[in-house]
Design a protein around this ligand. Structure first.
Ligand code: 5GP
Ligand code: MN
Length: 347
């Protein structure tokens, strides 16, 4: 009965082509973007479990070490981290029959793995929800209207007629990606299909409450203090631009024993103030290198800002970029351009 809500996003001809790629492949490499988030890890490992249960030799390769907070995902310890095992990662990609590229749209997002993908003769399949994918893959399954690559992957699996091969472990990974890319179903989450998918994943035996705690609500004392400090001491509000800015220097990060992932979600916090339409977080990862994260509500296009000011990209409401230079220069660049984006604020 519930199926009547459920019009799979994937067109059947594309599903058939991907199914044929899987059927004729034995060794499959699965790749996701650098600094993998819950959706990158969840979709990659979700596919890994599916292919493993179909008897394939599947390998997930990440450009760098995933954050500790996602290592609870089943299969995470089997991942080949290219920054540590470059030769192994390259070898896997060159000898694979197929390469699946999940949760990224441009090769730049896989950093050191990009040349291996270009070099490999394997059939390449892109499954992603970012705007404007580059045309490096043989088959492109791109749906920017889908809130997560994990939800897209589930629909692809279903459209291929392989839903019954989704294991509990695979379901845990897919659910985690769906949950993390929608802020635990608090944004981009009005599509009824999502809840049909969740019901199906629950039937596989996942404990969604445990996954929420593991992926979204686990803190170290340092992390909790760092976020408290950032909000209390460092949040600046610019009421005339309806925006908030948080910056953290390397020195401040060191003071709180920062490890990768500790500031995940911090950029969203100012959006809980109703008058804040968009929020920026600039983190000095190294002297001379700043990571930029922007978030917004409604139609305010933070991806445009990231593209224009920081050589980055992303989605309308969640985007990022990089700055090679000092933190102060990055802040000046952003604050110096605020007027130009006021036209996108709600009236
Ligand atoms: P985050 O702020 O969580 O690092 O990234 C949010 C989103 O922005 C990501 O899902 C990704 O789509 C995009 N993004 C982040 N950093 C970059 C970047 O350096 N380049 C591009 N093209 N997109 C980015
Ligand atoms: Mn994603």
């Amino acid at each position: 009965m519930a199926r009547s809500y459920y019009h799979n996003l994937i067109d059947p001809a594309t599903a058939l082509r991907v199914r044929e790629v899987i059927a004729s492949a034995q060794k499959v490499a699965i790749l996701c973007h650098i600094t993998p988030d819950g959706d990158a890890m969840g979709s990659s490992l979700g596919l890994y479990w599916l292919l493993s249960s179909l008897g394939k030799n599947a390998y997930v390769i990440t450009p760098d070490q995933p954050t500790h907070s996602l290592m609870f995902l089943p299969g995470a310890n089997e991942i080949v981290v290219a920054s540590r095992f470059a030769e192994k990662a390259r070898n896997l990609m060159l000898t694979a029959d197929a390469i699946f590229c999940l949760d990224f749209n441009v090769l730049k997002r896989i950093d050191r793995c990009a040349p291996f993908v270009e070099e490999s003769k394997a059939c390449k399949v892109l499954v992603d929800h970012h705007l404007e994918p580059e045309h490096f893959a043989d088959i492109i399954v791109s749906h920017p209207e889908c809130s997560s690559t994990s939800a897209l992957l589930y629909q692809l699996i279903d459209a291929m007629g392989l839903e019954r091969s989704v294991s509990r472990q695979g379901a845990e990974c897919i659910f985690t990606g769906m949950m993390t890319d929608t802020g635990n179903f608090s944004y981009n989450s009005n599509d009824p299909r999502l809840y049909i998918i969740i019901a199906n994943l629950l039937r596989k035996g996942i404990d969604k409450d445990r996954l929420y705690i593991k992926a979204c609500n686990t803190n170290s004392p340092q992390r909790l203090r760092l976020c408290g400090y950032a909000i209390y001491e460092k949040m600046q509000l610019m009421p005339q631009h309806q925006m908030a800015l948080i910056t953290l220097t390397r020195e401040e990060l060191n003071k709180f024993d920062y490890t990768k992932g500790d500031t995940e979600g911090l950029v969203n916090e100012p959006l809980s103030i109703p008058s804040v339409v968009w929020s920026a977080f600039l983190r000095e990862d190294e002297p001379g290198f700043v990571k930029i994260s922007l978030r917004s509500q409604g139609n305010f296009p933070v991806n445009k800002i990231c593209i224009e000011l920081f050589g980055g990209g992303g989605h309308l409401n969640a985007a990022g970029g990089e700055w090679h230079g000092s933190l102060q220069e990055a802040v000046d660049r952003l604050l110096g351009s605020l007027d130009a984006y006021d036209c996108y604020l709600p009236r």
